[in-house]
Structure formats: structure tokens, C-alpha cells
Write a protein that binds this ligand. Structure first.
Ligand code: PGA
Length: 248
């Protein structure tokens, strides 16, 4: 269960959230619960996170260090206690021109520094209406995963996030979410074999909320959810984490 805060919450609002969810989340042995706050809040939140919450970054650069104004490296994240990083979110791809190649380099770099990349894939509404989803997903998944070391694939998490569903209130039906997560799993199998594909955690994201999360994560190929808007509210976040913990 992952919460992507995007560019929301001031320092005070973030601390309030952390105090509200600490000690109220399901045990980490049952469900891995992660929030992705804005970069400047990472250090403060890592220091205050409870036992059952992990903190991830929304972005990082694929180089170790260098003259890249405004960027953050994997080592900087890792050494303050960040455990995960979002890679290839559609807002990064669309507004910051992140390419398939960048996504692959970032995933490589994250794994080299013991961060778990949560790699996002998804089609636009136009591509969806033109029945192009499967081609788009195949291209994105192959490009993102190519060359990643097989022995580190257990640290990778994937997310199917149809762009037409993100932030729009138009959730994919549980059947569509399942079909596309299953398809993504088959692409993982093509590259890394059946065991890796079966063990891969694949999330659905796009207008997930406390009312629809159960029907989505109850699907056999949907292992969890990546939630934007609804993750900003601490009581909704706790509620959703328990619904994922109780998935079929
Ligand atoms: P949403 O965002 O839940 O607000 O649709 C999902 C995401 O961007 O990961």
C-alpha cells in the first residue's frame, strides 16, 4: 500500500499526518506500507516514522553525483533512511520529459544503492480508446526492466497506472486493473521467467479510495495500490492499509 503525496503538504501538515498514523497501521509482516512525501520532508519523516511505515522519494537522478541543479542522488536518499523511490510516474514522464531510457537508468541506479524502485506504467486515454494499451505497456515494461540484475528483482515493485484514471476520479474497473496487471506480469515472465514474475508485486493506481480499494486488491493479479489524492488523509490512509492487509 503506497501513498504518493505529489506536491502536497507543508512541514507541519506532514508531521501531523505521521503522528496520526504511527502505531495505527497494519503490521509490516502483513502489508508493506509506504508514503512518498515531497523531497524536503524526507529527513524529518524518516526520523519520526513508526515501525510499520516506510518512507520513499518521488524522484531521484540516475547519476551518482554531479552538476545537476535541483536533483537528488540515490546515495543521498539511502543514507538518510529512505527505502523506496518512485520511478517513471506519468507526471514525471509527461511534465518533466522522463524517457523510457531515463526510467531504466533510474531503476538500475536505485537497485545499485539498495533502494526499491516502484516503477510506474500506463497509457493515455487516447491510447486506451484506440486499444493501444497492451502495446504501450509492453514497450514501457521491457524498456524499464531491461538489464536489471535478476538477483535484485525481488526489490522491484511495479505499478499499473492508466493516465486516464490518475487524479480524474475515473477508476479502472477491477477487471481491467487485473487484466493489465496480469499482462505486465507476463512481460516480466518474458524477461525474467515464471518465478520472478509470480513473486513480483504489481500495484494498481488511479483514483483509488477507501470505497473502491477492496474490490481492486481482491483481484488475483493486483497485489496492492498506489494512491495519490486519498493518501493525503490520515484516516483514509489507515483504512486503505487495513483493506490491503485483508485482501483475498
Ligand atoms: P490518484 O493518483 O490516486 O490521485 O489518482 C495516483 C498516483 O498518481 O499515483
Amino acid at each position: 500500500m503506497a501513498g504518493n503525496w505529489k506536491m502536497y503538504k507543508t512541514y507541519d501538515e506532514a508531521l501531523k499526518f505521521i503522528y496520526e498514523v504511527n502505531n495505527k497501521l497494519p503490521n509490516k509482516d502483513v502489508v508493506e506500507t509506504i508514503i512518498f512525501p515531497p523531497a524536503m520532508l524526507l529527513v524529518s519523516l524518516v526520523k519520526r516514522q513508526g515501525d510499520n511505515l516506510e518512507i520513499g522519494a518521488q524522484n531521484m537522478h540516475y547519476e551518482n553525483c554531479g552538476a545537476y541543479t535541483g536533483e537528488i542522488s540515490a546515495e543521498m536518499l539511502r543514507t538518510v533512511g529512505v527505502t523506496h523511490v518512485l520511478v517513471g510516474h506519468n507526471e514525471r514522464r509527461r511534465y518533466f520529459a522522463e524517457s523510457d531510457e531515463d526510467v531504466n537508468k533510474k531503476a538500475q541506479q536505485a537497485l545499485e544503492h539498495s533502494l526499491s524502485p516502484v516503477i510506474c506504467f500506463g497509457e493515455t486515454e487516447e491510447q486506451y480508446l484506440h486499444h493501444n494499451t497492451d502495446n504501450i505497456l509492453r514497450r514501457q515494461v521491457h524498456a524499464a526492466l531491461i538489464g536489471l540484475p535478476e538477483d535484485k528483482m525481488d526489490k522491484v515493485i511495479l505499478a499499473y497506472e492508466p493516465i486516464w484514471a490518475v487524479g480524474t476520479g475515473k477508476t479502472a474497473t477491477p477487471e481491467i486493473a487485473n487484466e493489465k496487471c496480469k499482462l505486465i506480469r507476463s512481460f516480466v515472465e518474458e524477461l525474467y521467467g515464471k518465478d520472478t514474475a509470480n513473486n513480483m508485486r504489481i500495484l494498481y493506481g488511479g483514483s483509488v479510495n477507501p470505497d473502491n480499494i477492496k474490490s481492486l486488491v481482491d483481484q488475483p493479479d493486483v497485489d496492492g495500490a498506489l494512491v495519490g489524492g486519498a493518501s493525503l488523509d490520515s484516516s483514509k490512509f489507515i483504512d486503505m492499509a487495513f483493506k490491503v492487509a485483508n485482501q483475498k
